[in-house]
Design a protein around this ligand. Structure first.
Ligand SMILES: [Mg+2]
Length: 410
């Protein structure tokens, strides 16, 4: 069996979430891998800078390959090979003005657009292989430990952060939807108290407002409800420490990315003094997680299936965490397809504790694929025995939200 095509479909629509709860717009990329058997696989990628070009490059580089060699394909994309490389790739300008160069692997750089593009293709290949073998994708990763993936809801903040009733309403809505965990964004929670947007500080006034608003949420949600807070890699070490001390009484499940990424030593400093578990890594690859674990810089790992290399890489990261007796939660900024893919991977990881979802207020993002069960039930993604990821595109929703110049797959 050979890969005959790797195609993309870009969707574009409103996004009612985050950044204070106001409406923005967002794009999502659907990936489709076709084969000469007629069976195809679906994946998802985020529409970040360079991702669509990366997927177009993969189309030229990997057409003709056996889709069952998914680990070799993704590994070659991210880490390269030794010469003489793959003989079938011809150097030159291919359709779409993409230059595929057989003198090196696609990029051999496991960062940024390369790994984000590879993630979408890996997900599509897992769907494809599951369909061919007539088995759910979680069975390709060793089978499931559980029948569902618990979901935690990202709430960011209400639109009017100074209105405590809005915070209460956000907490009440999360409970009424059946979720048992939610997360807020420290950097958006008290924007009226930010002194300087550059110097990575948290003023005492800002910390006090954050505490007051999270106390409101805790009072509504009750003592048993899991609450997390995200710093988006924004703060300096002493203010991050001050924040962890001020939030201690709220019994948070985790404080996320308190300091800028890529420096395990500064994060380890915060972790050493923190009574709140420190969760890191939504943009990390496997090597970066290894670094943070080895430097004792985190308590909970937070890979994203769209940013770490896909379903096989997220499993590899979870396995290293498990060997160090650490849990993994999956960061999730993806839509319905990515969420189902992450759930398949999550149920197959022993140390998996939950999966994030951002778009509960933006229904089209949860509806652009259909499957035999709803996307969520009782705050969980349930998984059936359907082969592959068990999803097909919802052509009505996809055609309604096609980005300019796009058309549905034929
Ligand atoms: Mg985060």
């Amino acid at each position: 069996m050979k890969i005959t095509d790797i195609r993309m479909l870009r969707l574009w629509g409103p996004r009612n979430h985050g950044v204070g709860g106001g409406e923005t717009r967002i794009a999502k990329v659907i990936v489709r891998v076709d084969t000469d058997s007629g069976v195809y696989g679906l994946g998802e990628a985020d529409d970040f800078m360079g991702v669509r070009q990366g997927i177009a490059y993969m189309r030229e580089y990997f057409r003709g390959r056996d889709p069952f060699t998914v680990n070799a394909i993704i590994s070659e994309m991210m880490y390269g090979t030794l010469a003489p490389h793959h003989a079938e790739i011809k150097t030159g300008v291919m359709p779409g003005d993409i230059i595929a160069n057989n003198m090196s692997s696609p990029t051999s750089t496991s960062w940024g657009p390369v790994i984000w593009a590879a993630s979408g293709v890996d997900i599509a290949l897992c769907d494809l292989i599951g369909k061919i073998l007539k088995t759910p994708a979680y069975n390709l990763l060793g089978g499931k430990y559980r029948d569902h993936a618990r979901v935690y809801l990202d709430r960011s903040s209400p639109e009017d952060v100074t209105n405590l009733d809005a915070w209460k309403k956000l907490a009440e809505q999360t409970l009424s939807l059946g979720f048992s965990q939610m997360k807020f964004d420290i950097d958006f929670m008290a924007t009226e108290a930010v002194n300087d947007v550059w110097n990575r500080t948290l003023s005492l006034k800002q910390i006090n407002r954050v505490v007051e608003r999270l106390e409101t949420v805790r009072n509504v949600a009750g003592a048993d409800f899991e609450i997390c807070a995200d710093c988006h890699m924004q703060y300096n070490v002493p203010d991050a420490m001050r924040l962890t001390a001020a939030l201690k009484h709220l019994n948070l499940l985790w404080l996320e990315d308190p300091v800028p990424i890529a420096n395990p030593d500064s994060c380890a400093e915060v972790r050493k003094k923190s009574d709140i578990p420190i969760c890191v890594g939504e943009m990390f690859n496997a090597e970066q997680f290894r670094l943070f674990i080895d430097h004792k810089a985190c308590d909970i790992l937070h890979p994203d299936i769209l940013f770490c290399g896909g379903m096989h890489e997220i499993r590899r990261i979870a396995d290293y965490a498990e060997l160090n007796h650490l849990p993994v939660a999956f960061h999730g900024n993806g839509g319905a397809l990515a969420t189902v893919a992450a759930a398949h991977a999550g149920v197959a990881c022993r140390n998996f504790i939950g999966l994030e979802y951002h778009f509960i207020e933006t229904s089209w993002i949860g509806e652009y694929v259909v499957r035999d069960v709803p996307l969520f039930r009782d705050g969980k993604v349930l998984l059936s025995d359907a082969p592959g990821l068990g999803v097909e595109l919802n052509r009505d929703v996809c055609s309604r939200y096609l980005a300019p110049g796009e058309s549905l797959f034929d």
